[in-house]
Design a protein around this ligand. Structure first.
Ligand code: NAD
Length: 356
């Protein structure tokens, strides 16, 4: 049983903790918080041991009657592996602490790629993180693109990818972020940082990206154009994508026209927090014109990296060298794909348990 410490119990950290708790081969060693806010209370109610970021903040927890077990270094010492889910740029300040205790560490996409030995996506390059001292689970957008590009590269080849990322302004709890009434080229520079980030996963891919920010907190939407080496039909591409457990092809009959209905659908399906762990690709948008593939996909920024963190834990701890085994185990424990209708057959997908 792997004891997983989670440093930073915010948007990503709390979801990773809940996902760890559901795995048959992992348990939550504890989580850190800086203040005894509502998330600290939730962590305590869920039964997670709470650690504070430093000695100074312990007094605040005591005053609020929220019990703590120690400070972050105590958690690192008690953990077989640490998932760093602190805000962008803060993670790297903990790198020395993780090394000092020789505790393998995962960082998130807000950190620079050189914070870790490997940039990680389970479907694309699981093996690069096996037994690594550290790995960086790439950002929500890069995760969404890596999952999509891996099977496309394998089956049809990618000559050139061009993606426009229409990004949510902030997460629902980010009350200070915007825009609230504008459409921003963001970043204005082209290519945006997303293309180079995808290259940390696929070093030889030819990709250009443009980014925008819009006034929504729901999901990102990607407008994707890939010039393929091969010239398949749209049906062949749809068929290839439908075989992928973390790609969900939205059938037309569901009448899901955007992120609002999509999240309503996953809430109706009983997903925790309405999380959408899969890339959601509008099946009707999948079009091929003279070897150029076009499609739209929606990416739930708060959720898609969560199963990837679980797989990265198994990789850095050397628990399985097989991406397929880890992905199946993670999917089975979380219910990825199980409660969303399969596009082609109308049957329900089943996540099969891993066999080792
Ligand atoms: P967040 O602000 O929601 O949560 C961060 C947590 O870390 C908070 O609980 C905060 O109190 C805590 N924290 C702050 N400083 C700390 C410190 N010094 N020590 C310990 N804990 C500290 O952030 P988030 O959105 O969960 O992002 C975390 C990481 O995940 C970032 O690298 C981000 O880029 C990446 N990421 C975020 C999203 C997203 O959409 N939110 C998606 C993918 C990746």
């Amino acid at each position: 049983m792997l004891h997983v410490g989670i440093n930073g119990f915010g948007t990503i950290g709390k979801r990773v903790a809940d996902a760890v708790r559901l795995q048959p081969d992992m348990t939550v060693a504890g989580v850190t918080k800086r203040s005894p806010n509502f998330e600290a209370v939730v962590a305590h109610d869920r039964g997670y041991d709470l650690y504070t970021a430093d000695e100074d903040s312990r007094a605040q927890f005591e005053a609020a009657d929220v019990p703590t077990q120690g400070v972050v270094s105590d958690l690192v010492e008690a953990s077989d592996v640490v998932v760093d889910a602190t805000p962008s740029g803060v993670g790297e300040t903990y790198a020395d602490l993780y090394s000092e205790y020789e505790t393998p560490a995962l960082f998130q996409g807000g950190e620079d790629a050189d914070v870790a030995e490997a940039s990680f996506n389970a479907r694309a390059n699981y093996e690069r993180a096996v037994d690594a001292e550290s790995a960086r689970v790439v950002s929500c957008n890069t995760t969404g693109l890596s999952r999509l590009f891996a099977p496309i590269r394998e089956q049809f080849g990618i000559e050139k990818a061009r993606v426009t990322l229409v990004r949510r302004g902030g997460d629902p709890s980010d009350t200070g972020r915007g825009p609230i009434n504008d459409t921003l080229p963001d970043p204005v520079e082209i290519p945006s940082h997303h293309g180079p980030d995808v290259e940390t996963v696929f070093p030889d891919i030819d990709i250009d990206t443009m980014g925008m920010k819009v006034p929504t907190t729901q999901m990102h939407t990607h407008s994707v154009n890939v010039t393929l080496d091969a010239d398949p039909t749209a049906a062949e591409v749809r068929d290839a994508l439908s075989q992928e457990s973390r790609l969900f092809l939205l059938p037309e009959h569901l009448d899901i026209d955007g992120a609002g209905k999509l999240k309503e659908y996953t809430r109706d399906a009983g997903r925790p927090r309405g999380d959408v762990w899969e890339n959601c690709i509008w099946a009707e948008s999948v079009t091929v014109e003279d070897g150029d593939l076009y499609l739209f996909q929606a990416i739930h920024q708060e959720a898609d990296v969560v199963p990837e963190n679980i797989d990265a834990i198994r990789a850095v701890c050397g628990r399985t060298t097989s991406a397929e085994t880890s992905i199946q185990r993670t999917n089975g424990a979380l219910g990825i794909g199980q409660d969303l209708l399969d596009h082609d057959t109308g049957t329900r997908r089943t996540g099969s348990p891993a066999d080792d």
